[in-house]
Design a protein around this ligand. Structure first.
Ligand SMILES: Cc1cc2nc3c(=O)[nH]c(=O)nc-3n(C[C@H](O)[C@H](O)[C@H](O)COP(=O)(O)OP(=O)(O)OC[C@H]3O[C@@H](n4cnc5c(N)ncnc54)[C@H](O)[C@@H]3O)c2cc1C
Length: 222
C-alpha cells in the first residue's frame, strides 16, 4: 500500500533518504512499538510525501491501514545517505528486490525531472508483475529519460496472469553484463531484504567490483 502525507512546510530532503514515522496515540500497539522507518518514495519535487510498504499483520500496519484521512503523524526526517553520487561520468546501477524499490523510485523520478546527465540502470526483481510496485512510474520515466534503462525481472511468472516481455529469473552476472558491459565502472546501489543485498554483493564481488563502489540500504524487519 502507498500512503500519502501532506509535506510539512519547509521540509526538504534528498531523493533516496528515509523518514521515521511515529503513530500518535495509536489504538493498539505491540512489542515492536509505534515507529517504523520508511523510505521517502516520493521525489523531492512532488507535492506529497509518500511511503510504500508491504502490508503485514502487525499492530503498526493495522493502525496505518485503517486510519482516517487527517490523522496526525510524528515525522523524524530526513535520514540516510542512499543518494545518487555527484560525478555524472560514473554510471549508477540500482539493484532492488520487492519493496526495496521505494528509495529508487524517488531517485529515478528526481533525476528525470532534473534532466541529470547520469547514466542510470535499474534492475528490479519481483515475483510477478502484480507484485511489482511503481512499474508504471518507472516505465514512464524510461520513456522521458534517455539516460535511464529499466530492467524488470520476474522470478515466478508461472503464477502470473499478466503478460511480461522483459527479463525473467534471478539477477545474475550474465544479466548485468548484457546491459552494462564493463561491470567495474559503475557505482552500485543495492536495496531490499538483507538476504538479497548479500547475494547481490557476492555476485558483484566475484565479478571484480570493489566494495568501495557498492552502497547498500537493508530493510530490516523482513
Ligand atoms: C532505512 C530503512 C528504510 C526502510 N524503508 C522501507 C520502505 O520504504 N518500505 C517498507 O515496507 N519497509 C521499509 N523498511 C522496513 C520497515 O522499517 C519495517 O521494518 C518493515 O516494514 C517491517 O515492519 P512490520 O510492522 O511489518 O514488522 P515488525 O512489527 O517491525 O516486525 C519485525 C519482525 O517481526 C517478524 N514479522 C512480523 N510480521 C511478520 C509476518 N507477517 N510474517 C513473518 N514475519 C513477521 C519479522 O521477522 C521481523 O523480524 C525500511 C527499513 C530501513 C532500516
Amino acid at each position: 500500500m502507498v500512503f500519502h502525507f501532506e509535506k510539512p512546510p519547509g521540509f526538504d530532503y534528498k531523493a533516496g533518504q528515509f523518514a521515521d514515522y511515529t503513530l500518535v496515540n495509536p489504538s493498539e500497539n505491540d512489542a515492536e512499538g509505534s515507529t517504523r522507518g520508511f523510505s521517502l518514495t516520493s521525489a523531492p519535487y512532488e507535492n506529497d510525501l509518500m511511503a510504500a510498504t508491504r502490508m503485514r499483520d502487525t499492530a503498526f500496519k493495522r493502525v496505518l491501514k485503517t486510519m482516517e484521512i487527517g490523522t496526525d503523524f510524528l515525522l523524524d526526517a530526513p535520514y540516510g545517505s542512499f543518494t545518487l553520487h555527484n560525478n555524472s561520468k560514473i554510471p549508477a546501477v540500482f539493484i532492488t528486490g520487492g519493496i526495496g524499490i521505494t528509495p529508487v523510485r524517488s531517485i529515478v523520478l528526481q533525476a528525470t525531472h532534473d534532466k541529470l546527465p547520469h547514466k542510470i540502470f535499474l534492475f528490479d526483481s519481483n515475483r510477478r508483475p502484480e507484485d511489482a510496485a511503481f512499474l508504471d512510474d518507472l516505465m514512464e520515466a524510461q520513456k522521458e529519460n534517455p539516460n535511464f534503462t529499466f530492467v524488470g525481472t520476474m522470478t515466478e511468472m508461472e503464477k502470473s496472469d499478466r503478460e511480461w516481455h522483459d527479463e525473467t529469473g534471478l539477477i545474475n552476472k550474465e544479466m548485468l553484463l548484457k546491459y552494462i558491459g564493463d561491470l567495474t565502472l559503475p557505482i552500485y546501489y543495492l536495496c531490499g531484504p538483507a538476504s538479497m543485498v548479500a547475494a547481490m554483493r557476492k555476485i558483484l564481488n566475484e565479478a571484480g567490483v570493489d566494495d568501495d563502489n557498492i552502497r547498500t540500504e537493508e530493510f530490516s524487519g523482513y
